[in-house]
Design a protein around this ligand. Structure first.
Ligand code: CMC
Length: 434
């Protein structure tokens, strides 16, 4: 894979006769890039871009985001159409294989995933090693990493069949591993997966059912969960996906790479934000306290941020946030929750922020996490599981991006450089002389 060459950019070093001609490459849509690889060989220069805000680290055909217009496409399909009209496993097929499946392909794909929902029985023992109050992200990070110690028959990353089976295993086992992390934290027996249920339905079943009672999964909640999973499935080269790619670029096995992605997702600036939104709403407590809270957010020294607002790429409404808001109303209606104080508080906070110069001038809009926490809380999912759910969904994106990278003949180990600002070389001083 390489973008289409459309010209070149000449870089000249001021005050010298040195210059380099850098190829300009076009993507299908979105900004073109110039290929800087010759900068170092021809001019002995690196580029400097902390946070990678202006750097394309790879070429990809999976997801496209136009942050100014609030557009998110997976393999060309707009996220709202996918969320409204498809299922999570259809989207998983699309992300992994490049196209929407037809009926037969979908049935085969679903069967392929569902055949792998159980985990090796010995893996259960891992849970006992964790404290009961361990954060479920800590648990799933450890257990997913441990998968590589159990599935030796799919670890050869150069083998396409192994890659396919590992992808199925990860997509299938994450809900089981996540639900068991929850069951462990509340001291309930682990529920084995039921392959006669849909993906989201089975996940809700494993989270909520107990062996002593029959359990019926509410179809409206299953559909809402499926939609939440779709909305979190992939998001281009975000921090956790880049982590997965970087880990994978060394040839590490996919289970280890996804464990790395889970670790990266955990932070409050990334996947931990939906948990942080609920904490923030609880801290604000009442609509009357919003102005004080907004004043603290605007005060640079306070270190307080409006969680669920702002995005590195979106400088417009996050298209996923709109669908989340609709889903939020559907779930609350289904559960008969009227006048939910958290939702009222969130809506008022959003209204005030969207009319405030601070947020307008910095182009800060609600992101996907602003509403997801309210939905999940209404569904009875504990706050500590929010980021875990994100990880279940994003596993599909991570493994699709990993697969794409592994299939790219230009793939090399990821190895960024730096501008060194430490000491120049100096001689060692023996201890007595220091
Ligand atoms: N509340 C208040 N001010 C903010 C916020 C916010 N949520 N987000 C950004 N700003 C300000 C920031 O102070 C800075 O101001 P100034 O230019 O005066 O220094 C400016 O906006 C740009 O911020 P930045 O930190 O340089 O932007 P970034 O692209 O590095 O950060 C972000 C993106 C998502 C980390 C950030 O917007 C944030 O911390 N948001 C809250 C956490 C959150 O909701 N994260 C979920 C993101 S969506 C899901 C995911 O990707 O995992």
């Amino acid at each position: 894979m390489t973008g289409a060459p459309i010209g070149s950019v000449t870089v000249t070093m001021d005050g010298t006769d040195k210059s380099a001609s850098l190829p300009l490459l076009a993507g299908t849509i979105g900004p073109s890039v110039f290929d800087i690889r010759k900068l170092y060989t021809d001019l002995d220069l690196f580029t400097y871009d902390p946070g990678y805000g202006g750097t394309a680290a790879c070429e990809s055909r999976i997801t496209y985001i136009d942050g100014d217009e609030g557009v998110l496409l997976h393999r060309g399909y707009p996220i709202d159409q996918l969320a409204e009209q498809s299922t999570f496993l259809e989207v998983a097929h699309l992300l992994l294989n490049g196209e929407l499946p037809d009926k037969e392909e979908l049935a085969e794909f679903e069967r392929g995933v569902m055949l792998h929902t159980m985990v090796h029985e010995q893996l259960r023992q891992f849970y006992n090693g964790f404290r009961r109050d361990a954060h479920p992200m800590a648990v799933i990070c450890g257990v997913v990493g441990a998968l590589s110690a159990f599935y030796h028959d799919s670890l050869d990353v150069t083998n396409a069949d192994h890659r396919r089976i590992s992808a199925f295993r990860l997509i299938a086992k994450l809900p089981t591993i996540a639900a068991w992390a929850y069951k462990y934290s509340i001291g309930q027996p682990f529920m084995y997966p039921r392959n006669d249920l849909g993906y989201a339905e089975n996940f809700l079943y494993m989270m909520n059912a107990v062996p002593a009672e029959p359990y019926h999964v509410n179809p409206v909640l299953a559909r809402a969960m499926d939609r939440i999973l779709i909305l979190h499935a992939d998001h281009e080269q975000n921090a956790s996906t880049s982590t997965v790619r970087l880990a994978g670029s060394t040839g590490a096995n996919p289970f280890a790479c996804i464990a790395a992605g889970i670790a990266s997702l955990w932070g409050p600036a990334h996947g931990g934000a939906n948990e942080a939104v609920l904490k923030m709403l609880a801290e604000i407590g009442h609509k009357d306290h919003i102005p004080d809270f907004i004043a603290r957010v605007k005060d640079k020294n306070s270190g307080v941020r409006l969680m669920g607002f702002g995005h590195r790429v979106y400088k417009n409404y996050d298209p996923r946030a709109k669908i989340m808001e609709r889903t939020c109303h559907e779930v609350l209606d289904e559960l008969g929750i009227k006048d939910d104080p958290l939702l009222e508080l969130a809506l008022e906070l959003e209204r005030i922020a969207l009319h405030d110069d601070y947020f307008i001038s910095k182009k800060l809009y609600p992101n996907v996490d602003f509403y997801s926490g309210i939905i999940l809380k209404a569904m009875g999912i504990p706050t500590s599981m929010f980021t875990v759910l994100f990880a279940v969904a994003r596993t599909v994106g991570w493994i699709s991006q990993w697969k794409e990278m592994m299939e790219d003949p230009l793939q090399r180990i990821g190895r960024p450089r730096q501008v060194y600002t430490g000491h120049a070389q100096r001689d060692f001083v023996v201890l007595q002389a220091r």
